[in-house]
Design a protein around this ligand. Structure first.
Ligand code: ATP
Length: 748
């Protein structure tokens, strides 16, 4: 458990040191001013609302164990500042205790794994019953009970696809590794499957669709628009606006290294460009108190003493500033603001926004020298001016939006920015065609859930949204039967990220809380990465399907061959060791190779897969049945050929060789729903070539090396006999390719 002591006045330093000594721990002591402090303890308690912590608790006794005075490791400061004394680390913390509990709990399976496990269970029961009947028939015919039992068990082992679940896990893990290299870190394995079904992608604007590289383009003071390169810092109003934008600002730029929000670095970069010394100005007018920026309030304010007057400087969204303004600065004079003034400022804001510029309003007021700033102070302000900045769309955003739409996915922009600015950017990248498709968060505030469900399809851009709006928008789309992906970066976005089917957090600008709540983290904060992740998700799902098709059709072929032999009163075509050989060596490797088939972009030509669609559809099972039938028939023909040439042992050797090789060739059939013969795709998977080569070498060795015939219960084949086996096995390949071609033609 960690203890926190909140507050940070100089006089507390000695107290901190005393506590550190008592607890025998080292802690860095901060000597900053205290501010109100809220902490998100949702990681521990599940409560997403920030918990207010006691300030100035240091005076007198420190009430250890009092929750209001403790911050637990793993929780996050969501508001304000504090100084902390660490009293426990690692496994001694609350999170540590949970971590040790986690060691005893197992990982949850993905829906696909559960689906396959259930299918595997049903299949196992059917196969066990079938093997029981076969055992009965063999014993009834006077066979040896031990041999009959061994055979029944071996057939069960060969027919039950017990590797299915592990192959899915291996494929998903390989897939997530690939996705991580492409800037999408998957935190929840379920997300990979979910990505294939995403039909709505709700995305932030700033930094995700745009570059988040802001540059100041224009100033607006005293009813005049001034381009950034014409700003005159000798003009008192322009100088004031410049100073305020440097003081009410948390960012720094030291030797070209920018730290902080790009909106704010843009402001200090302009100051530096015009020859101002940022550190000097900040040193001259130090910050005495602050209300930090918060995307709900859309404001930030700081207190400084300027010309011996304590002043609160406020910057934020223009509409919010205007709602709190009582007066206006005109030259050196301050007078009451009139409706005409407001109209002019709003018109200018609209004009900047139509150019896709991001606009910040600046205002100030005199405050009391003693008191710390509070949110109530952000009223009755004096309007000073506007600063408009450009944040160009990312180059790849337009193409990614286009691809999204082609893939049947609707991109939706959800931003805290101004409606006109957001709509201008959205239009440029193809999310929106007409301004009527844009709305403000406030418009949905009074809508019932039902009204919102009917409203969301009409809207592509939501501006000035709060985190609560985000949750409602996600829910409305979900209630319409969609699988929704939602991006977020702030602490307040966490509930919306949890609500979304695929919560996507920003890796660069996102808070730890948002990352914690997300299923996927983008390491480049880029919208195009989400679209790429969807493509990867669709490809992975398709590859898993191919691997399942390969395993089940091959198993079905083996069962059919055995079934035919039993019904026709022929000797058993396989020895147990044959089935185990196939199952362990020549089966799993091509299945894994299919799981890592190279991804193709044609998956993005299809509509999103319905989330509740079972992987084992009628169409899929019919493919498995048909392809299994071809393999089974060729195996039996091969068996009969050998049987008539030289009795049961040669027949069994032929059947074993043919089934084994036919399954290796079948790996190539399962690479696509379409014929791959005579296409580049036939050669595009080096893992498949490796699996085929290894399998072919092993089976050829077993069939031709004389010393092995006893172990593998085969007859050693000569060159001609081996050729016959290869021919029967290979025949499955063109037949199934032809069937695929016919299927394709029929479905056109
Ligand atoms: P998105 O939600 O797409 O990331 P955004 O950055 O505009 O867009 P927020 O960060 O919620 O969303 O900001 C909301 C509004 O608050 C902005 O449009 C801007 O007017 C204002 N704003 C943004 N950053 C600051 C800041 N550092 N200080 C004061 N106001 C800010």
């Amino acid at each position: 458990m960690s203890v926190v002591i909140i507050g940070g006045h100089d006089r507390m330093v000695s107290q901190y040191k005393k506590i550190c000594k008592n607890y025998n721990c080292k802690a860095k002591v901060f000597t900053q001013m205290s501010a109100s402090l809220k902490v998100d303890e949702s990681a521990l308690t599940g409560e997403s609302l920030g918990v207010e912590k006691m300030t100035d608790a240091i005076e007198g006794e420190v009430p250890l164990g009092d929750r209001t005075n403790m911050v637990y490791s793993g929780s996050f400061v969501t508001y304000g500042r504090g100084s902390f004394v660490v009293t426990g680390i690692g496994m001694e913390t609350e999170v540590g205790k949970i971590a040790s509990l986690l060691k005893t709990t197992s990982e949850k399976k993905t829906p696909l794994q559960v689906n396959l496990d259930q299918f595997g269970q049903k299949l196992s029961i059917i196969i066990l019953v079938f093997c029981g009947i076969l055992f009965g028939i063999n014993v009834f015919r006077g066979g040896n009970i031990g041999d009959a039992f061994l055979f029944a068990v071996a057939l069960a082992v060969a027919a039950i696809p017990e590797a299915l679940s592990s192959i899915v896990t291996i494929v998903l893990s390989f897939g997530t590794q690939k996705m991580a290299k492409e800037h999408a870190i998957i935190r929840k394995l379920q997300a990979v499957e979910g990505l294939g079904s995403v039909s709505i992608i709700c995305s932030d604007k700033t930094g995700t669709l745009t570059q988040n590289k802001m540059t100041v383009e224009q100033y607006y003071v005293n009813e005049t628009v001034i381009p950034a390169d014409k700003i005159d810092v000798k003009d008192s109003e322009q100088e004031k606006l410049m100073y305020f934008s440097i003081l009410c600002n948390d960012s720094t730029n030291v030797d070209g290294v920018e730290i902080g929000d790009p909106t704010e670095t843009a402001l200090i970069n302009l100051g530096s460009k015009l020859g101002l010394d940022i550190q000097k100005i900040r040193g001259e007018y130090p910050r005495e108190s602050e209300n930090p920026f918060d995307s709900d309030r859309k404001l930030m304010s700081t207190k400084h003493t300027i010309d011996e007057t304590p002043i609160m400087v406020v910057k934020g969204a223009v509409d919010v500033i205007m709602g709190r303004t009582a007066s206006i600065q005109c030259g050196d004079e301050v007078r009451a603001i009139t409706p005409e003034d407001i109209e002019k400022i709003e018109a200018q804001n609209q004009s900047f926004s139509r150019e896709g510029l991001r606009v910040l309003g600046f205002a100030y007021k005199a405050v009391s020298a003693e008191e710390e700033l509070s949110l109530e102070d952000e009223n009755n302000l004096t309007f000073l001016g506007l600063i408009a900045m450009m944040d160009p769309p990312r180059e790849e955003s337009k193409a990614a939006v286009e691809e999204c739409i082609k893939a049947g996915i609707r991109p939706v922009m959800i931003t805290g920015d101004h409606k006109i600015t957001a709509a201008a950017i959205a239009k440029r990248i193809g999310i929106l065609k007409d301004l009527s498709e844009a709305c403000e968060g406030a418009e949905i505030e009074n809508m019932s859930d039902e009204e919102l469900r009917g409203f969301v399809p009409k809207i592509s851009v939501y501006a000035r949204v709060s985190p609560e709006h985000k949750i409602r928008i996600v829910r409305a789309w979900q209630e319409r039967g969609n699988i929704v992906s939602m991006t977020g970066d702030g602490v307040n976005d966490a509930p919306a990220l949890k609500q979304a089917d695929i919560g996507v957090a920003m890796g660069v600008t996102g808070t730890e809380v948002a990352k914690d709540a997300a299923a996927m983290v983008l390491t480049d904060d880029n919208f195009a990465t989400i679209v790429k992740a969807v493509e990867n998700g669709r490809n992975l799902y398709r590859n898993i399907k191919y691997a399942i098709q390969f395993l089940l059709s091959g198993n079905f072929g083996a069962i059919l061959a055995v079934l035919y032999a039993s019904i026709a009163g022929l000797p058993v075509p396989f020895a147990p060791v044959h089935l185990l050989f196939i199952n362990l060596l020549t089966d799993s490797l091509p299945a894994i190779a299919l799981g890592v088939e190279p991804h193709t972009s044609d998956v993005m030509n299809e509509k999103p897969r319905p989330a509740d669609e079972s992987i084992l559809t009628k169409d899929f099972l019919s493919k498995i049945g048909l392809e299994g039938l071809v393999i089974g028939v060729m195996t039996m023909i091969s068996f009969l050929t050998g049987y008539h040439q030289d009795g049961a042992l040669l027949g069994s050797t032929y059947a074993f060789g043919t089934l084994c090789l036919a399954r290796l060739f079948h790996g190539y059939n399962c690479k696509s729903d379409h014929p791959v013969i005579f296409t580049k795709r036939f050669f595009n998977n080096k893992w498949m070539q490796g699996a085929f080569a290894l399998g072919a070498i092993l089976i050829t060795a077993v069939l031709t090396i004389p010393g092995l015939h006893q172990v593998f219960k085969v007859e050693t084949l000569n060159f001609e006999q081996l050729g016959t086996v290869y021919l029967y096995a290979f025949a499955c390949f063109p037949i199934i390719q032809l069937l695929k071609w016919v299927r394709g033609k029929l479905s056109e």
